[in-house]
Design a protein around this ligand. Structure first.
Ligand SMILES: CC(C)(COP(=O)(O)OP(=O)(O)OC[C@H]1O[C@@H](n2cnc3c(N)ncnc32)[C@H](O)[C@@H]1OP(=O)(O)O)[C@@H](O)C(=O)NCCC(=O)NCCS
Length: 179
């Protein structure tokens, strides 16, 4: 468990507490996904499952005892050196303050990812905040962000922007990211 203060002056007063998820967080994660205003909200059961079966690869960020941020991820069985971000989000009042990169850094430092050298995610074409977050994470680690086609419009059963895959790495452990 770690705490940190935000470098960004606009968020300098915010000290988040980061920890791996626990089974009782499922409901918090579902509420947070709903509150972000951008994330696709899945069933509550889905978040309960991630907060229990995948608890060690999911991060919760708390501020003053409230869950304000999350990263839900896992290690794809077909790509075990990758840490896959399924959903990352902050409550609206915590967005745009530079907290996203901290969430990603603390998530990737979870012990469950110690053997991973890559961060992967699919990023919707219409989500500039998310695109910017992952590209900036790659720059901070001084590694490439390879963007390839993955889930195209025709693969969705309903109207949905395409979701290209971002693959960031190889990331060296023990090297602090640049601000
Ligand atoms: C994506 C997210 C986690 C990024 O965290 P953050 O702390 O807001 O990120 P930052 O403050 O570092 O901003 C990252 C970039 O997004 C931009 N941004 C942040 N919030 C934004 C918003 N609501 N709309 C448009 N751009 C936004 C910032 O200006 C910044 O751009 P820059 O790198 O060109 O300067 C956060 O914005 C969020 O929770 N969004 C809603 C959920 C979501 O879309 N998740 C991603 C899909 S899984």
């Amino acid at each position: 468990m770690t705490s940190t203060s935000v470098e960004n002056p606009t968020a300098s007063a915010i000290a988040l507490h980061f920890r791996a998820a626990q089974p009782h967080d499922g409901a918090h994660l579902w509420r947070l996904a709903r509150a972000t205003g951008t994330l696709e909200v899945n069933s509550a059961y889905f978040y309960l499952l991630f907060a229990s079966d995948f608890a060690d690869t999911c991060l919760v960020a708390e501020h003053e005892g409230q869950v304000v941020g999350m990263v839900i991820g896992y290690r794809p069985p077909t790509d075990p050196r990758a840490a896959f971000v399924w959903q990352i989000g902050l409550l609206p009042e915590y967005q745009g303050l530079g907290l996203g990169p901290q969430l990603l850094d603390h998530w990737f430092e979870l012990p469950a990812f110690s053997a991973c050298a890559f961060v992967t995610a699919t990023v919707a074409d219409d989500n500039p905040a998310s695109q910017s977050l992952f590209r900036r994470f790659a720059r901070a680690h001084g590694v490439a962000c390879e963007e390839t086609s993955r889930f195209t419009v025709d693969m969705f059963p309903h109207e949905h922007p395409s979701e290209p895959q971002f693959r960031i790495g190889p990331i060296r452990r023990g090297v602090s990211p640049r601000a």
